[in-house]
Design a protein around this ligand. Structure first.
Ligand code: FE
Length: 334
């Protein structure tokens, strides 16, 4: 009997000493990114490193609520999401931890990461002006501000102000131009709207192609995806504000969770995502811009030519998100 219990004990010790390295080689990822994009990239990482990745995909609001509810017991090691506004909010709510990584500091430019190193941009999205090629000459276009001018009355289409992309755009405008000037611009946009704001960028682009409106503002990868399917899609892209502040850019990115069980594993994964092989994946599969400046954009994206990005730190998008939402409400931007 004593031998038997000793054997059980030995078995337990053996099992736990065997399962310890397996545990350390598992990274649990909470992601708000499209699983089709992220999964193949994570699968490749698993194959190359032997690390098991557990992936949970949900929208960013649900993931943040879940992190909060799970607190210390969360299985999540890494949070991956789009928009600096969302990453900022996760950090603000105490869900992330600072990470000192020479690899990330080398691969990700300072304006694309949190000043306190709690999150890092991994891909760049540019939000700029798009137009119906038959209705608009490029010489008529210039800035986001100009879309508030009377010449665009009844010609502008926008996506809903409920989407974080537009909240971040307006937040970044507030940081640059101040609240009063930004409000006047947003009021001008609302006065110029052809129709109610669209639920997403793709339906806005299709309305432009159909001639329902003449100009709009979208993230470029949505146009890229339509061009892959239909190379003659009749919507042009114009880089806004090239003579002043530059095009508004935002990021998708990641941060290690406050209560990560495997922070070292999470750090290796986020570093991998900043390196050239993974960056090429973002560039070719999702038609975003690389966050790592050593990596080249996809050829469809390169066709739009080089542009000057706005270099305001994208963390401002989060800091001013509430102010932006209130401003859009006041201006009647639905
Ligand atoms: Fe998007």
């Amino acid at each position: 009997m004593r031998l038997f219990s000793r054997l059980i004990f030995a078995g337990v010790v053996l099992a736990s000493s065997w399962s310890a390295p397996a545990l350390a080689d598992t990274v649990t990822v909470y992601s708000a990114r499209n699983e089709q994009l992220l999964k193949p990239l994570l699968d490749r990482y698993s194959k190359e490193t032997g690390t098991e990745i557990k992936l949970l995909t949900a929208n960013e609001g649900a993931l943040l609520a879940r992190l909060k509810a799970e607190a210390e017991s969360t299985p999540a090691d890494l949070l991956i999401t789009v928009d600096a506004g969302n990453l900022w909010l996760a950090a603000q709510q105490g869900q992330l931890r600072a990470l000192n990584s020479a690899v990330l500091e080398r691969n990700i430019p300072p304006h694309l990461r949190d000043p306190d190193n709690q999150w890092f941009g991994l891909s760049v999205r540019a939000r700029t002006i798009v137009y119906n090629k038959a209705a608009v000459q490029r010489t008529e276009l210039s800035t986001y501000e100009d879309l508030a001018a009377p010449k665009w009355k009844g010609r502008l289409c926008l996506r809903t102000s409920k989407k974080v992309y537009n909240q971040s755009l307006v937040a970044l405008m507030i940081s640059e131009l101040g609240e009063a000037k930004t409000e006047a611009i947003v009021r001008g946009w609302v006065a110029n709207l052809k129709t109610d704001p669209f639920p997403d960028d793709t339906s806005l682009l299709k309305a432009l192609a159909a001639g329902q409106c003449d100009v709009g503002i979208v993230n470029t990868y949505y146009l890229g995806r339509l061009l892959v399917k239909e190379p003659r899609f009749p919507v042009g892209l114009f880089w806004a504000n090239q003579n002043d502040g530059g095009v508004h850019v935002n990021v998708s990115g990641a941060g290690i969770t406050k209560h990560a069980k495997n922070p070292a594993g999470a750090q290796k994964l986020i570093e991998y995502l900043s390196m050239e092989a993974a960056q090429n994946f973002y560039v070719d599969e999702d038609l975003e811009f690389p966050a790592n400046p050593k990596v080249q954009a996809n050829s469809i994206v390169k066709n739009w030519g080089p542009f000057k990005p706005n270099l305001v730190n994208v963390a401002k998008a989060g800091e001013l998100q509430v102010a932006a939402t209130r401003l859009m409400d006041r201006a009647g931007y639905k």
